[in-house]
Design a protein around this ligand. Sequence first.
Ligand code: TYD
Length: 205
Amino acid sequence: MNGHFFVFDGMDGAGKSTALQGLAERLRGEGRAVFCTREPGGSELAEAIRECMLRDWTQGMPIQTELLLVFAARAAHLQHSVEPALARGDIVLCDRFIDSSYVYQAILGGVDSGWIDELVSHTVTQHPERYFIFDLPAEVACRRLGARGHDNRFDRIGLDRLERVRQGFAERARACPDSHLLVDAQQAPERVVDVLRQALAPHLS
Ligand code: TYD
């Protein structure tokens, strides 16, 4: 693989999608080929699974179904979108990845994280070089989400759950200091892009 693979993850309302787009623009301005993508989704099949996963179902969605759907989408996304982009030599910037599964399905949803380890070992064919974990106080995230409105069932998350999400991501970042960087999402958006660009420097020739 000639390209580079970076992930942006963290709590809802932290501004990771905006930062990802800002970084993509900066890199394109330097003449680099950038492929922006997201999970769940990022390929035709994976986007269809995303739609199914985020919908409100009358009978609800068992957490096991949710976990298997997210990994079904991930396998398709990696094979159909990420691997071809890396083979072309693109810089792949992905909005959310496996840390979201550990936080939302294991820590919040209660599934055994060993099951996620197992699914990762069977489906994740490409591992990102770096994970940027966006962090900010749950109250600030809650206010930002309130201002944004609710698009899907995952957006209806209260302060307590946001705090658990925050702690879950922070623990993941602490456990993997070589691959994960905790990003202070309270900084101005341009400053966040500066921090990300600096962190990418050692990876890009
Ligand atoms: P996202 O597109 O980041 O939503 P938003 O634009 O509201 O930030 O992701 C949709 C939801 O999917 C998000 O709330 C978290 C959830 N999700 C999981 O539960 N597990 C996962 O593995 C992934 C990738 C996402």
